[in-house]
Design a protein around this ligand. Structure first.
Ligand SMILES: [Mg+2]
Length: 265
């Protein structure tokens, strides 16, 4: 691992872009609750009949999920008795097949997921917020970046309004244009490309993410070769991904201790 991650002799970037879930915020408890309820609605199952231990397996398998509509489908896969190995083997293909077999459209599934979140925020806000926690030191880091000359953005597949609500609860105010969520309807690498273009051709950009596939897609972009990519070791990823990051010279594996010590002049 590069010894300079603590940026002792590396200049701070012009732009710092952070993923949200698994980098800034641990929302696994909320994630399970929302996934289960959305599943119960979509598959017409009694919400109170939550099978025991399913939540633990769901949390373990969370790294396979890229975006919200897959959440209730992962619950369906577990209810149908698929093994962890079957789910981990090729989730991107499996999730499409399971949704198609059940006659569910991603659009309908994500409407249930977001609808459930909106319902919780409207009717049970304190409980909803309490299901989330911020990783130690990360809010302080965001505050430092906000006070520095580095531009700060959250780039997430979660709806921006949920992210801003959570950050506000943590005492961090970010402008709406600094949170680029699912509503933008484009891959993260395109958002990074837009941020870079807006800041001018030579702007340096660091992107911190907990999902290796998202970093790999950035790697594949010929015009984003200068973007510094970091995989966090505390989020929703599996050992195989962390090992792959160590072996990959484009991606640096980052510990929370290193990350929370980053300084921005
Ligand atoms: Mg994430």
């Amino acid at each position: 691992m590069a010894p300079d991650i603590l940026n002792s002799h590396r200049l701070a970037p012009n732009i710092l872009a952070l993923d949200f879930d698994g980098v800034v915020c641990d929302g696994l408890r909320e994630y399970w609750q929302t996934a289960w309820r959305a599943y119960a609605r979509c598959w017409h199952v009694d919400e109170a009949a939550e099978p025991k231990n399913l939540g633990d397996r769901f949390r373990y398998l969370r790294p396979v999920i890229e975006t919200g509509w897959e959440m209730p489908v992962l619950v369906a896969a577990l209810v149908q008795g698929l093994s962890d190995d079957e789910i981990l083997a090729d989730w991107p293909a499996l999730v499409k097949r399971l949704a198609a077999e059940a006659g569910k459209e991603p659009k309908e599934l994500v409407a249930q997921v977001d609808g459930e979140r909106d319902r919780q925020i409207r009717t049970n806000l304190d409980n909803w917020l309490a299901l989330h926690s911020f990783y130690p030191g990360v809010l302080d880091l965001i505050t430092r970046v906000q006070q520095s000359s580095t531009d700060f953005f959250i780039v997430s597949t979660k709806e921006g309004r949920f992210i801003r609500q959570l950050l506000a609860q943590g005492g961090v105010d970010v402008a709406p244009e600094q949170v680029i969520g699912k509503e933008i309807k484009q891959p993260k690498y395109q958002t990074l490309r837009d941020l870079k273009a807006k800041a001018g051709g030579n702007a340096s950009l660091w992107f911190v993410e907990d999902r290796l596939p998202a970093l790999q897609l950035v790697k594949d972009q010929a015009d984003l070769q200068e973007v510094q990519l970091f995989l966090v070791d505390w989020g929703y990823n599996i050992a195989k991904d962390r090992q792959a990051a160590v072996a990959d010279d484009r991606v640096e594996l980052l510990s929370l201790e290193q990350f929370s010590a980053w300084q921005f002049p």
